[in-house]
Design a protein around this ligand. Structure first.
Ligand code: S3P
Length: 175
């Protein structure tokens, strides 16, 4: 069996990274790390406010910092923010870490499912717009190739239970 250091979950908002990641970490007896939560803890504010007060680029700087900090550790399931793949430096880092025993898994879901999962949560600044469904389509289309570029595996979470996805992920890590 290959030694895997971290499982890194990427994918758009509402694809299940946090829910699946937490369960998966519990099953593997690894640490669960949510990079958005790390940013919030570092700055003492929530993502929505950080976007409002400091702007998206500042948030992206913080996102790159926490990614860099945590991928150097081991035995973690890392849930990333949906925009982690936007910066080439983050993609380069993910590629480098894949060469060093980390697995990157891209979670996807249909637009209607994504909307259903995020619609009651107002803390996603990029979807606080007049037509969030069109925005989901626009952003997922724009980012698709970026997720694909760094992924070892893709799992569509639309019609599957958390348990099923966790079992697939644990099997993938332990094969
Ligand atoms: C973002 C996704 C969010 C959060 C921020 C920006 C994005 O994370 O990082 O609102 O650009 O897609 P989740 O994917 O965990 O919701």
């Amino acid at each position: 069996m290959n030694v895997i250091h971290n499982l890194i979950l990427i994918g758009f908002m509402g694809t299940g990274k946090t829910t699946v990641g937490r369960e998966c970490a519990a099953m593997l007896k690894w640490l669960f790390v949510d990079l958005d939560q790390k940013i919030e803890a570092n700055l003492g504010d929530n993502i929505d406010q950080i976007f409002k007060l400091q702007g998206e680029q500042y948030f992206r700087d913080q996102e790159s910092l926490v990614l860099r900090e945590f991928v150097d550790r081991s035995h973690q399931v890392i849930s990333t923010g949906g925009g982690i793949v936007l910066r080439p430096e983050n993609r380069d880092l993910l590629q480098a870490k894949r060469q060093q025993g980390n697995k990157v898994v891209w979670l996807t879901a249909r637009t209607d499912i994504i909307w259903d999962r995020v619609k009651d949560n107002s803390e996603r600044p990029l979807l606080n717009c007049p037509d969030p469904i069109s925005e989901i389509i626009r952003l997922t289309t724009k980012r698709k190739n970026l997720y694909q570029e760094v992924a070892d595996l893709v799992i569509d979470t639309s019609e599957r239970s958390v348990n099923e996805i966790v079992n697939e992920l644990v099997g993938f890590i332990q094969r």
